[in-house]
Ligand binder design. Structure first.
Ligand code: NAD
Ligand code: UDX
Length: 458
């Protein structure tokens, strides 16, 4: 019988760090394992390698319940092992499983006589649970040690709100054998019953009772993850497609999405039109589902269209700019926001990357700013020739146009009148629809009428 007390979490990225923090907070003894020596050294010093609101405090509060290592020996001691390593897209768009394969082989080498549940939390192609099961069986000391141990428990957290999403999830999806799932339900009991004390920075939302638990097969659990992300992605693309028509017929996308989203069958969330989705998940997972279809000679045209609309949106913003400035040669264009969404430093598939690249190609001089992600951009976007702004003002100074690429609260709260005053030509492309009142500037938004230059507010 399973009575989980010790947990190992393999991979200390956005998902692994959150999972380790959550499980330690629920009272388990957690060992985090990562192959990145620098990352582990940082964590051992008490530094958190990513920006995620509340995570520093949550990890610091765990004390001895949470330790970090590069040594897989911790697996031998654990009752449950979570695989949270990356599954980035390969050059052909299919998910690269090399990290999952390596992690499974390392785990297998440390299986001993104790029963163990191995949980796949990474987002993986349908069939990977069986694949991991085989790696374990092939590499374990004896075949019996590894049988029926793999569970799929996909992760639905969003970056920027990862802690609240993990502590108060809508549902917990579990796929695998009855015995292994019983063990997972035991492990998650404090989460399912919401019997833990909420961390100070992440209180329980009003009205939240408990997550639903979905028990299913490995394949269905894996499919749920891909289908959930693809559905959210296509919801956003739908809003963006309708937004384009709104601009042409004189309708306002914000009012339209409110009007349709109030139908509870549709829902208000994930209908925000703008620059489209970015990040490490939506593009990768939508493409991953299409690739899964290809493997079975099964076309998924809705998903292909969702991707087309999404990346078209990045070009639409440049077209809007060109309509105002005619040419970008020698013009100074400011970009506000580099991370793929607010409250994270993650730059993976960030729309701002493509914007900056295209602006530079068209001859613009680009100055870009982000409240958190600039140091990371200095490392990861060294191939882009833009100027990193040392202040928000520097983005506006003598600029011909400014594009809002990420809707950080810092930008919502700007003294826009003072900022536009610094510009040479006051053209603002508000690609996230955050400006609400007319300014002494031409403001182009997405799916709404151009906000004409108004008087400078006194
Ligand atoms: P990440 O790139 O931030 O972190 C992955 C970590 O795994 C890195 O620290 C890396 O050093 C480590 N690693 C690689 N190989 C390893 C090995 N063999 N042994 C131990 N550690 C190893 O990735 P992430 O964003 O946390 O995503 C992890 C998985 O979760 C992916 O499959 C992703 O699709 C999925 N997911 C991500 C999110 C998200 O918002 N980031 C949300 C839900 C699901
Ligand atoms: C997403 C899923 O939401 C989450 O469940 C999964 O676990 C990982 O992938 P994440 O990528 O962290 O999470 O952020 P999310 O809030 O979903 O935003 C993704 C992208 O969509 C961002 O670029 C965001 O700006 C964009 N977006 C989101 C919109 O353009 N409009 C919206 O209405 C919502």
């Amino acid at each position: 019988t399973c009575d989980p007390k010790k947990v190992a979490v393999v991979g200390a990225g956005y998902v692994g760090l959150g999972t380790a923090g959550l499980l330690a907070h629920l009272g388990y003894q957690v060992t985090g394992i990562d192959v990145d020596l620098d990352r582990v050294a940082q964590l051992q010093r008490g530094e958190v390698p990513i920006h995620e609101p509340g995570l520093d405090a949550l990890l610091a509060a765990q004390g001895e319940r949470l330790t970090w290592t590069t040594d897989y020996a911790a697996v031998a001691d654990a009752d449950v092992v979570f695989i949270c390593v990356g599954t980035p897209p390969s050059s052909d768009g299919t998910p690269d499983l090399r990290y999952v394969t390596a992690a499974a082989a390392s785990i297998a080498a440390h299986l001993d006589a104790r029963p163990l549940v191995i949980v796949n939390k990474s987002t993986v192609p349908i069939g990977t649970g069986d694949f991991v099961q085989r790696i374990l069986e092939d590499n374990a000391l004896t075949f019996d040690l590894a049988r029926h141990t793999v569970v799929s428990n996909p992760e639905f957290l969003r970056e920027g709100t990862a802690l609240a999403d993990s502590l108060y999830p809508d549902r917990i999806v579990l796929g695998g054998s009855t015995e292994a799932l019983d063990c997972m339900v035991k492990l998650y009991a404090p989460l399912i019953e919401q019997s833990f004390t909420p961390p100070p920075a992440t209180p329980r939302p009003e009205g939240f009772t408990r997550p639903a638990v979905v028990r299913t097969t490995l394949q269905s659990a894996e499919m749920i993850k891909y289908a959930a992300n693809a559905f959210l992605a296509l919801k956003i693309s739908f809003a963006n497609e309708v937004a384009g028509l709104c601009e042409r017929v004189g309708a306002d996308i914000e009012e339209v999405t409110t009007g349709i989203g109030l139908d509870t069958r549709i829902g208000l969330r994930f209908l925000q039109a703008g620059l489209g989705w970015g990040g490490s998940c939506f593009g990768k997972d939508t493409q991953g589902l299409i690739s899964a279809g290809d493997e079975h000679d099964y076309d998924m045209p809705i998903l292909r269209a969702a991707i087309d609309v999404n990346y078209r949106q990045r070009r639409v913003v440049i077209d809007k700019l060109l309509r105002h400035l005619k040419t970008l040669k020698g013009k100074k264009v400011g970009v506000l926001g580099m991370a793929f969404k607010p409250n994270t430093d993650d730059l993976r598939d960030a729309p701002a990357h493509d914007l900056i690249q295209r602006l530079v190609q068209l001859g613009a001089r680009v100055t870009a700013h982000d409240p958190i992600a600039m140091p990371r951009a200095a490392r990861e976007w060294a191939h882009l020739t833009y100027q990193a702004a040392d202040s928000i003002e520097a983005v506006f100074d003598r600029a011909d146009a400014v594009i809002i690429a990420t809707e950080w609260n810092e930008y919502r709260a700007l003294d826009w009148a003072a900022m536009t005053h610094r510009m040479r030509e006051a053209v603002i492309i508000d690609a996230r629809n955050i400006i609400r009142t007319p300014l002494a500037a031409e403001i182009e938004q997405v799916g709404r009428a151009v906000l004409k230059a108004g008087p400078v507010p006194s």
